[in-house]
Write a protein that binds this ligand. Structure first.
Ligand SMILES: *Cc1c(COP(=O)(O)O)cnc(C)c1O
Length: 393
């Protein structure tokens, strides 16, 4: 049924006609069995592609045993998975959520409770950056201060100070004794696939350390292997105090998590936060399997290799086409800034059977599954080349 005829869905997503009924690896299939190469991954979500056999098996097995008990009861599987996440990151503690925005909410509670616990009564404000995207809840739209997501929704929450991205001077000038935390995406996603420079991240880290300010990273989009390392912060050689993750963590199963050091979450005492579904058995079993695959057999090394191959070839395309103004991003989270309107370019790519996602600043976002192979990359490059030629670019 086309959404044009009639729809019972709230119109927030606009009209959508293209429907997929099946997915396998890097491909999606329509009812008519037409295949599309998926370089959007459901907005950087399907990290291991569609219906990865290990994940299907894990989900099926769990579905036959237990779906849900709530967090009233102990779960050894939650403990095992949380331990695995901690052993492979900066974190000592994990709070499981169901989405990115929920992980952001939890992180903000960690920040406020930390300073409250330590009686830092002045530290209430959180620094955020222009172009940031942290989700759709009221805290998230208040944090990112972007009209696109918040107009008509005021009043927003106070306590967020939005400053220019990648600008050390502006950051230094905004530090004072009211600053509780700095919250940043190491690679901005929705804001236009803009990586924070490694020197900017290092400066933030130092500023946080010397001023008892918590560093809260939003790796909802750029985490879990997307950058070619398990977490993007590893490239800068820094460690956050708190980090929100989601998207790629579940490869399509709705999972999120807020990670923290023991020190930062000292104020998160009993009854202070909770979630009915967070850490649900189905989510835990899929999440654990995703991480097992990512930690296995040079997986991340090959993500890094294929990402470099993709980057090099996109740069070649850039030099051949006036229609590409810039290639940017990190790992397998790449953006093409196009001369023509990105929505038009995206439509034309879809017509040619390559799925991509637009982002702000006239960007075509390329976020293939991390299992993508050279032949898929070559195919995508050919489609991009052909599409730009069709558009006379
Ligand atoms: C998608 C995204 C979010 C929000 O995640 P939801 O699961 O949609 O709530 C937050 N931060 C970043 C960086 C994102 O890309």
């Amino acid at each position: 049924m086309s959404s044009k005829i009639t729809s019972y869905i709230m119109p927030t997503y606009g009209e959508r006609d293209l429907e997929f009924v099946k997915g396998k690896g890097c491909y999606l299939f329509t009812k008519e069995d037409e295949s599309y190469l998926d370089f959007g991954s459901g907005i950087a979500v399907n990290s291991l592609g569609h219906c990865h056999p290990v994940l299907v098996e894990s989900l099926k097995k769990q579905a036959e045993n237990l779906w849900h008990t709530s967090n009233l009861y102990f779960s050894s599987k939650q403990e095992e998975y949380a331990k695995m996440i901690c052993l492979n990151s900066f974190a000592d503690k994990v709070f499981f959520t169901n989405s990115g925005a929920e992980s952001i909410e939890c992180g903000i509670k960690v920040i406020r409770s930390y300073h409250s616990y330590n009686k830092n009564i002045k530290k209430k404000n959180i620094i955020t950056f222009e172009g940031a995207f942290h989700g759709r809840t009221f805290a998230a739209i208040s944090a990112q201060k972007n009209e696109k997501y918040s107009k008509v929704l005021d009043p927003l929450l106070p306590g967020f100070i939005n400053i220019p991205f990648n600008n050390i001077e502006a950051l230094k000038n905004s530090i004072n004794d009211t600053i509780a935390a700095i919250m940043i995406e190491p690679v901005q996603g929705e804001g236009g696939i803009r990586p924070a420079s490694l020197s900017f991240l290092k400066s933030i880290f130092e500023i946080c350390k010397t001023n008892d300010i918590l560093l809260f990273l939003d790796e909802v989009q750029c985490g879990f292997g997307r950058s070619g390392k398990l977490f993007s912060y590893e490239w800068a050689g820094i460690k956050p105090d708190i980090m929100a993750v989601a998207k790629g963590i579940g490869s399509g199963f709705p999972i999120g998590a807020c990670l923290s050091t023991s020190k930062a979450c000292i104020g998160m005492s009993k009854g202070f936060h909770g979630s009915t579904y967070g850490g649900n058995p189905l989510a835990i079993s899929v999440g654990k399997s995703v991480l097992e695959v990512m930690l296995n057999n040079n997986f991340l090394k090959s993500v890094d290799n294929i990402a470099r191959y993709f980057w090099k070839n996109l740069k070649d395309l850039e030099s051949q086409h006036d229609g590409i103004i810039e290639v940017r991003g990190a790992g397998l989270l790449l953006g093409l800034k196009t001369k023509k309107n990105n929505i038009e370019v995206n439509k034309c790519l879809i017509k040619n059977k390559l799925l991509t996602v637009t982002a702000s600043d006239n960007i075509i976002r390329l976020a293939p599954p991390l299992i993508v192979e050279k032949q898929d990359i070559d195919k995508a490059l050919n489609i991009i080349d052909k599409t730009l030629k069709e558009l006379n670019d």
